[in-house]
Write a protein that binds this ligand. Structure first.
Ligand code: SF4
Length: 413
């Protein structure tokens, strides 16, 4: 952490560099300063070239400089209060390249250093904790829930067709890269998207690529195409951040319809062969999205992933929405068993923030019921059964799960 940041954090403990360094944009014009706030600004009617200087971007910057605690940033502050590392803290090391001089001179106004692009909603997975805005695969499933249970407004109903940034928009984005050092690609599944190749080619042609690092948040189901590998070689670095929320059977259950055996082979390729095929620095990281469905298995998941990655590359974030997957809403007796298991594992320290968050609030029984009902509905559509895919966890929650489904069973037969 630089001197400026040390200084500003002492003076202004709520300061975050993200509004000065990064801009998230999606294929619909939703935007924000960071992944926690990726859709807080509606820029659907703002030209791509004007978004960095838009009123809402500048107002959030003003609040952070003035020592305010912006309401938009509440998630970070809440996580920090419960002892969990927030995105603000986690990302400091690379976001905090913003220096006092850059803020004082105003050079940051020329454009974001980190461009975060949610390229499309096109995805080959429909992960349990995801929703239709981020995955086109929910289309048929959302329709099934609407038709069979009347869930016409659920997060699984596909309101938009398959969509992605257009070629024209990619050319526009290329014009906003004056300060760009990192470009991050999210989806959907970004490796299924080809329009972003336009941006990469433009950055190569304009001679900027060798100063830019690329970041892909991928589900590891897909390998980079031959064309992409050639393009990567013109950049400073490419980092793959794999979303891996489970292993073996629980991988399929959570990251449906993905198969762990295929992903495991892909991870072999990514970590052992790809660095030989690309002529730039390659690095890897993992994000485990921690939910009710996988918290019990975290020690085993971490242990397995360590056969591919350094332990320091394994990160965890917690699900907050929908609340029926948030670990705080596990019934109290089951929480105690999970807490004991995590605390007795060799990853006790690494998992302390997660355990602390789980225990920080009492389970809300209404939300727990929603967990049970949505689990049942998804199991029906996906031809899965919770007791078969995560049996050890099911044994712990069985009584509360069955009780929560009371009255619902009849309509799911
Ligand atoms: S404080 Fe948190 S929510 Fe706010 S901009 Fe920073 S990282 Fe995003």
């Amino acid at each position: 952490m630089g001197d400026f940041v040390n200084k500003i954090f002492k003076k202004n403990p709520y300061f975050c560099p993200a509004p000065f360094t990064s801009l998230v944009q999606d294929y619909q014009g939703r935007s924000g300063p960071c992944p926690y706030n990726s859709g807080c600004f509606d820029f659907s009617n703002v030209n791509i070239k004007d978004r960095w200087a838009a009123k809402s971007t500048v107002e959030l910057q003003r609040q952070h400089l003035n020592g305010e605690k912006p309401a938009l940033c509440q998630r970070c502050y809440t996580e920090e209060e419960s002892g969990f590392l927030s995105y603000r803290q986690l990302e400091q090391s690379h976001l905090l390249k913003t220096t006092e001089e850059e803020i004082n001179s105003g050079s940051y106004r020329a454009g974001a250093k980190a461009l975060v692009l949610r390229l499309s909603n096109i995805c080959n997975y429909a992960c349990r904790t995801c929703h239709s805005l981020d995955s086109s695969l929910f289309k048929a499933e959302g329709d099934f829930y609407a038709k069979n249970y009347g869930d016409v407004n659920s997060r699984y109903v596909q309101k938009d067709a398959r969509r992605e940034f257009s070629a024209e928009e990619m050319y526009e984005i290329a014009k906003t890269c004056a300060n760009a050092e990192n470009i991050e690609f999210y989806g959907g599944e970004p490796l299924l998207n080809t329009t972003h190749h336009i941006l990469l080619k433009d950055l190569i042609t304009s001679g900027r690529s060798s100063k830019i690092s690329l970041f892909y948040c991928t589900n590891a189901s897909t390998l980079p195409s031959t064309e992409l590998k050639v393009l990567f070689s013109q950049f400073k670095k490419v980092h793959f951040n794999f979303s891996l929320d489970g292993i073996n059977e629980n991988y399929h259950y959570i990251r449906w319809p993905g198969e762990w055996s295929k992903v495991e082979k892909n991870l072999e390729f990514y970590t052992r062969e790809l660095p030989q095929e690309i002529n730039c620095e390659v690095s890897f990281g993992v994000n485990i999205t921690v939910s009710i469905l996988n918290i019990f298995y975290l020690p085993e998941i971490l242990e397995k992933l360590k056969s591919f990655f350094q332990e320091s590359a394994l990160h965890m974030t917690t699900v907050h929405e929908p609340r029926y997957y948030a670990v705080v809403n596990i019934p109290e007796a089951s929480k105690k068993i999970i807490e004991d298991k995590l605390n007795s594992s060799r990853y006790r320290e690494k998992l302390a923030g997660i355990t602390g968050y789980m225990m920080s609030k009492e389970c809300n029984p209404v939300i727990w019921k929603k967990f049970a009902v949505w689990t049942k509905k998804k199991d029906k559509y996906r031809h899965t059964e919770i007791q078969k895919y995560i049996p050890e966890f099911y044994n712990i929650i069985e009584q509360d799960y069955v009780a929560a489904l009371d009255g619902f069973k009849a309509i799911t037969k």
